[in-house]
Design a protein around this ligand. Structure first.
Ligand code: NAD
Ligand code: UDP
Length: 347
C-alpha cells in the first residue's frame, strides 16, 4: 500500500535523543479496532512495526483485528482514551483515530464523544511529548460545519453550530485541533492534522448508520433506501485505500507541514445520485423513501485537495463506482453472516 521511500523518509526525519536505527519502530493506533484504525494496524504490521492498538470497542469490532491478535508484533489494549495511557516501551508514531464517526453513534452519548475528542487528544499529545513521538490527529470535514463556500480549503474557518446534535463531534474535533496547534507551539510536538472527508469501504460496520453502509445494506437486503431530506445535499466520498495512503503520507512527510491537510475525494455527488449509483452497482431494484432531514445536516461538502496534492503528492485513485465495486462484496459477505445488524436511522 505504501512506497518504502515514504517509510524511510519518515524514519530518518524523526528526532529523538537515542539511536533507534537498530530498534523496532512502534506505532500506537487509538481507535485501532475501528473501520480506519484497523486498516492502519494492517499497514504497520506489514511494515514490521510493533503495533499497539488502543480501543474501548464502543464502535470498533474485534473482528476487524481478529487476524492480528496472535501476531507477535501486535498488542490490543482495551482502554478508553479519556483516561491517560502508559505504554510499555517507546512509541515512535501515534495515530489518534479514536472517536465514533457515524452521526447516530456519536450522538448517542454526546458528552462522551466530546470528552473522547478533547481528553483523548490531550492524553495522546502528552504521550507524544513524553516519547518524542510524531502524532497525527484524525480530524474531519465536520470542522467546516455547514459550509458556505465550496470547495472547502484548509483556510476556511467553517460554519459550525455550537448548540446542536452534531456539536459534540464538530466542536470536539475543532478543540482537538486547537490542542494539536498549542502542543506544537508550546512544546514543539510534531503534531499533524488530517481533515478527513467522508470515507467508505471494507470494514465499515454494516449497522453504523452512515450513508454508504445504510444504502448498500438496504439494497442488498431488499429494503427501501432511506434518503434524509430531498437528497439534494452533497457529499464527496473517498475510498478507504486512498485515505489510508494519504494518512501514511502525511505522518511520514519529513517536514511538519505547518497546516492541516484535507484528505478526501473531490468528486461531489448529491445523496440522491449516490442512491442511484448504489442501485446500479448492486444490480438490484430498490424503492427510495424520503425521511426527515436531521438537524444541522450540512448542505454541501467537497474538499479542496490542492494542499494534499502539492505537499504530499497525494490524490485519490478510485472513483466512487470503483470503490463501491470493492465495497459491495464486503457488505454481501457481512450480511451473509447471521448476526449482521440492521441499518440504524438518524435520531
Ligand atoms: P469507527 O467508529 O469505525 O472507529 C472509531 C474507533 O474508535 C472505534 O474502534 C471505537 O471503538 C474507538 N473509540 C471511540 N471512542 C473511543 C474512546 N473514548 N476510547 C478508545 N477508543 C474509542 O470510525 P472510523 O470511520 O474508523 O473513524 C476513525 C477516525 O477518523 C475518527 O476519529 C473519525 O472522527 C475520523 N474520521 C472518519 C471519517 C470517515 O468518513 N470514516 C471522516 C472524518 C473523520
Ligand atoms: N443520509 C441519508 N440516508 C441515510 C443515512 C444518511 O440520506 O440512511 C444522508 C445524511 O442525512 C447526510 C448524508 O447522507 O446528508 C451523509 O450522511 P453520513 O451519516 O454518512 O455522514 P455525514 O457526512 O452527515 O456526517
Amino acid at each position: 500500500m505504501l512506497g518504502s521511500d515514504q517509510f524511510q523518509r519518515g524514519r530518518s526525519a524523526r528526532s529523538t535523543s537515542y539511536d533507534t536505527s537498530q530498534m523496532q519502530r512502534s506505532v500506537l493506533i487509538t481507535g485501532g479496532a475501528g473501520f480506519l484504525g484497523s486498516q492502519l494496524c494492517d499497514v504497520y504490521i506489514a511494515r514490521d512495526y510493533r503495533v499497539i492498538c488502543l480501543d474501548n470497542l464502543s464502535t470498533g469490532r474485534m473482528k476487524n483485528i481478529g487476524h492480528l491478535l496472535d501476531h507477535p508484533n501486535f498488542e490490543f489494549v482495551e482502554h478508553d482514551v479519556i483516561e491517560p495511557f502508559q505504554p510499555s516501551g517507546c512509541i515512535d508514531l501515534i495515530f489518534n483515530m479514536a472517536c465514533p464517526a457515524s452521526p447516530p453513534k456519536y450522538q448517542s452519548d454526546p458528552i462522551h464523544t466530546f470528552q473522547t475528542s478533547i481528553r483523548g487528544a490531550e492524553n495522546m499529545l502528552s504521550l507524544a511529548h513524553k516519547h518524542g513521538a510524531r502524532i497525527l490527529q484524525a480530524s474531519t470535514s465536520e470542522i467546516y460545519g455547514d459550509p458556505e463556500i465550496s470547495p472547502q480549503s484548509e483556510t476556511y474557518h467553517g460554519n459550525v453550530n455550537t448548540l446542536g446534535p452534531r456539536s459534540c463531534y464538530d466542536e470536539g474535533k475543532r478543540a482537538a485541533e486547537t490542542l494539536f496547534y498549542d502542543y506544537r507551539q508550546h512544546y514543539g510536538v510534531d503534531a499533524r492534522i488530517a481533515r478527513i472527508f467522508n470515507t467508505y469501504g471494507p470494514r465499515m460496520d454494516p449497522g453504523d448508520g452512515r450513508v454508504v453502509s445504510n444504502f448498500v445494506t438496504q439494497v442488498l437486503r431488499g429494503d427501501d433506501i432511506t434518503i434524509y431530506g430531498d437528497g439534494s445535499q452533497t457529499r464527496s466520498f473517498c475510498f478507504v485505500d486512498d485515505l489510508i495512503r494519504g494518512l501514511c503520507a502525511l505522518i511520514h512527510l519529513p517536514k511538519q507541514p505547518g497546516q492541516p491537510i484535507n484528505l478526501g475525494n473531490p468528486e461531489e455527488f448529491t445523496i440522491r445520485q449516490l442512491a442511484e449509483i448504489v442501485i446500479q452497482e448492486t444490480q438490484k431494484d430498490a424503492r427510495i423513501v424520503y425521511k426527515d432531514l436531521p438537524v444541522d445536516d450540512p448542505r454541501q461538502r467537497r474538499p479542496d485537495i490542492s494542499s494534499a496534492c502539492e505537499i504530499l503528492n497525494w490524490r485519490p485513485e478510485h472513483t466512487l463506482r470503483e470503490g463501491l465495486r470493492s465495497t459491495i462484496p464486503y457488505f454481501m459477505a457481512e450480511l451473509a453472516r447471521n448476526n449482521a445488524p440492521s441499518p440504524i436511522a438518524a435520531q
